[in-house]
Design a protein around this ligand. Structure first.
Ligand code: HEM
Length: 331
């Protein structure tokens, strides 16, 4: 029940924010592809090289980098607030409960240090996050590629409460997800396409514990979960959340493909928010289409388009913000 109460209160906070403010919506104004062509022509190559090295040492970094960009953009826009250390202990976005399992900060720091050696003070941490998300998908997971628009600048504020207020919960239903994305200027199509990011990466038994053991507070299992799949998961996950790491797209979590949509269609999506994609005519139709068509033809292209759109949320450009020297600290 505690989870449900929290989900409902986040939903209402977001509803109020949507009503009173147009902040953080997609604009992307001021961004362009090749922004660093003259000021730091090697920036994208250095980023790519460093990310490749990191991924070759530890493949799971790819999913982490993709998620970091999303969690950055949904809170104050894509301005690298997710990377800042707290001014006061426990106070920054990275300290929020919604961000407790974020990883990959060290890789971003490595990219930043490598770029700073060539062109100090030129390339923002926010742009590094956007480039890293693209390169991770492209080179580790065999997914599609897209042209990243750059020219973002870095923010100076990072507050843990804003992360919890703005990031969607995995317990959200379809109405809550649509509203959360709409608040950022993203459509239902963006929602179903970007949820396809869960074709890679992992989660934990803790995250799906209520779906398995306490769905409505009566020791029940989410009826939207395929019963055979629920039994398999219960063998792995103990009541209370103990158990192994779980692939979000079971059996296919290192490859960016349409298998995720197949799983969702068969009621084998792990998160409530993934399963919820079946509860709206447009998102359901997309799931159905992707689960029968070749990935490169549609999902890959759609994903790139929605990533560029997401990458334009609430950006700082021109003289706004700053170019941080180190991504975890304001200058
Ligand atoms: C639609 C709303 C979304 C919700 C509710 C959601 C929720 C979650 C949750 C609960 C996890 C598992 C975290 C954990 O186990 O601690 C996760 C993982 C992940 N999410 Fe999402 N997510 C959403 C959308 C997105 C989007 C838009 C992207 C990127 C474009 C994304 C990328 C990822 C990736 C790559 C992982 C795996 C991370 C890893 O392995 O480290 N998610 N998400």
């Amino acid at each position: 029940m505690a989870v449900q109460t929290r989900v409902v209160s986040i939903f209402f906070i977001q509803l109020v924010l949507l009503a009173v403010s147009g902040l953080n919506r997609v604009s992307g104004a001021g961004l362009q592809t090749g922004f660093y062509d003259e000021s730091c022509p090697e920036a994208e190559t250095i980023a790519l090289k460093t990310i490749r090295q990191a991924i070759s040492k530890d493949g799971i970094v790819a999913a982490a980098l993709l998620r970091l960009h999303f969690h950055d953009c949904f809170v104050r826009g894509c301005e690298a607030s997710v990377l800042l250390d707290a001014a006061e202990e426990g106070d920054a976005e990275k300290d929020a409960s919604s961000n407790f399992s974020l990883r990959g900060y060290d890789v971003v720091d490595d990219v930043k240090s490598a770029i700073e050696k060539s062109c100090p003070g030129v390339v923002s941490c926010a742009d590094i996050l956007a480039l890293a998300a693209r390169d991770a998908v492209r080179f580790q997971t065999g997914g599609s590629s897209w042209k990243v628009e750059t020219g973002r600048r870095d923010g100076r504020i990072s507050l843990s409460k804003e992360a919890d207020e703005n990031l969607p919960s995995s317990n959200f239903n379809i109405a809550q997800l649509k509203q959360n994305f709409a608040f950022k200027g993203l459509t239902k199509k963006d929602l179903v396409v970007l949820s396809g990011a869960h074709t890679i990466g992992v989660t934990s038994c803790f995250v799906i514990n209520d779906r398995l053991y306490n769905f409505t507070g009566r020791s029940d299992t989410d009826p939207a979960l395929d019963p055979t799949f629920a039994s398999e998961l219960k063998k792995k996950c103990k009541p209370g959340g103990g158990g192994p790491v779980l692939e979000l797209d079971q059996g296919s979590s290192t490859v960016s493909d349409a298998h995720f949509y197949k799983a969702v269609r068969q009621n084998r999506g792990l998160l409530t928010s993934d399963a919820a994609l079946l509860n709206d005519p447009l998102t359901r139709a997309y799931v159905k289409r992707q689960s029968t068509s070749p990935v490169k033809a549609t999902f890959g292209k759609d994903f790139g388009k929605s990533m560029v759109k997401m990458g334009g949320i609430g950006v700082l450009t021109g003289n706004e913000g700053e170019i941080r020297k180190r991504c975890a600290f304001v200058n």
